[in-house]
Design a protein around this ligand. Structure first.
Ligand code: PLP
Length: 381
């Protein structure tokens, strides 16, 4: 089976993890700060906070922005459930903004309309989470302008987009957001097995995210409300979690970071090749906004008779997948009052979507086989 995505682990990655295993620290040692430094350098942000998943990163980001009961979070339906769930973790209400049918990212028009309506009834969101779907940044300049106008804080869910660029700047520099979040799950661009990270330029937000990742406990005298009682002393100043990344994960992340540019370049080359090879087939290819250099986490196509095409491709060794079942159509979210038809662009995209194989190690030969099987599957019907 040719998978839709997979990690690429080098001898150097393996060596880096082995060295940690033979060292003094398996957690809370020097590797996590080294990984964070690599993220800061790459993203051109002031601070980075590494955690055990992007879900945790989204959660501490929401907590740092004081999202709580009575507040509202908005994201898109075309995302992994975690982007919405984190609002509920904080006790907030969650609502959605539909996607742009061309880029599958948050629609700026839909956002503008929804903000205007929400303002009129006094139901503006506190936090907005645009998702850089498939690795392509949302139109962050326009989103930031609207967010500023209505006093909404912005967390970029860039789980798909490490290594991507928007308006010639690295995604993660938070030029148009408060916080930006990445995932390092093995199907994403670089991996730490499980892992996530949040970048920000705001020292206060960085400090609160660091607290929330580790029990709300600090050894920093500046954050304590009384003098230290001795070398053992720490204080719990907020209710936090244990969301720490291990040293093995961080060491893997450091060596993965060294190949990030090569990973993204290869993904772009393969995506361009897909664009060309799919031209004559009855499929819709993903549209790229010229402001973007995508990280191409995914290459999603749209086809007629998706279920049949999907089944036939899987039967013939092509490990396709679907991104995403609109979050608001999940039973848990329907029970919260959402219905089929609420976000038609996300739903009609989903009805035809298939993510076809795209990863660093995908050979041109295997890519040709993918094309051949898509040609067969779409013509038979
Ligand atoms: C993968 C993903 C997440 C969750 O990432 P984890 O690291 O698995 O927690 C969140 N949002 C999006 C858009 C994702 O693709």
């Amino acid at each position: 089976m040719i998978p839709y995505g997979r990690q690429d682990i080098s001898d150097q990655d393996i060596q880096a993890v082995l060295e940690v295993l033979q060292s003094d620290f398996l957690t809370q040692g020097p590797a996590v700060p080294r990984f964070e430094a690599a993220a800061i350098a790459h993203c051109d942000a002031k601070f980075a906070v590494a955690v055990n998943s992007a879900t945790s990163a989204l959660h501490i980001a929401c907590m740092a922005l004081d999202l709580g009961p009575g507040d509202i979070l908005w994201t898109v339906p075309n995302t992994f459930v975690a982007s919405a769930n984190v609002g509920l973790f904080c006790g907030a209400d969650v609502d959605f903004v539909d996607i742009d049918p061309a880029t599958y990212c948050m629609s700026v028009t839909a956002l503008a309309e929804k903000l205007e309506a929400a303002d009129q009834i006094g139901r503006l969101p506190k936090v907005l989470i645009p998702v850089h779907f498939a690795g392509q940044s949302c139109d962050m300049r326009a989103i930031a302008e609207l967010a500023q106008k209505y006093g909404v804080r912005v967390i970029e869910d860039a789980s798909h987009a490490i290594g991507a660029r928007y308006l010639d700047q690295p995604v993660g520099n938070c030029a148009y957001s408060d916080i930006c979040v990445f995932s390092f799950h093995p199907v994403k661009i670089i991996t730490t097995a499980e892992g996530g990270l949040a970048t920000t330029n705001d020292p206060k937000l960085a400090e609160r995210m660091q607290l929330h990742r580790s029990h709300g406990v600090t050894r920093d005298p500046k954050l304590m409300d009384q003098a230290s009682e001795g070398g053992w002393y720490y204080q719990m100043v907020e209710l936090g979690y244990n969301y720490r990344m291990t040293e093995m994960q961080a060491a893997l992340g450091v060596t993965q970071f060294e190949r990030l540019d090569a990973f993204v370049a290869r993904r772009n080359l393969l995506a361009k090749r897909y664009d060309e090879l799919l031209t004559d087939l009855p499929v819709i290819c993903p549209v790229q906004n010229p402001d973007n250099y995508s990280a191409f986490h995914l290459y999603p196509i749209q086809v007629e008779n998706r279920a049949q095409v999907f089944a036939q491709l899987r039967e013939n060794g092509i490990g396709v997948n679907v991104h995403y079942i609109p979050v608001h159509t999940q039973p848990y979210w329907k029970a919260r009052g959402f219905e089929e038809g609420d976000f038609p662009n996300s739903e009609s995209y989903y009805a035809r979507a298939i993510s076809i194989p795209l990863y660093f190690g995908l050979s041109e030969g295997d890519q040709d086989k993918v094309i051949e099987e898509i040609a067969r599957a779409t013509k038979v019907i």
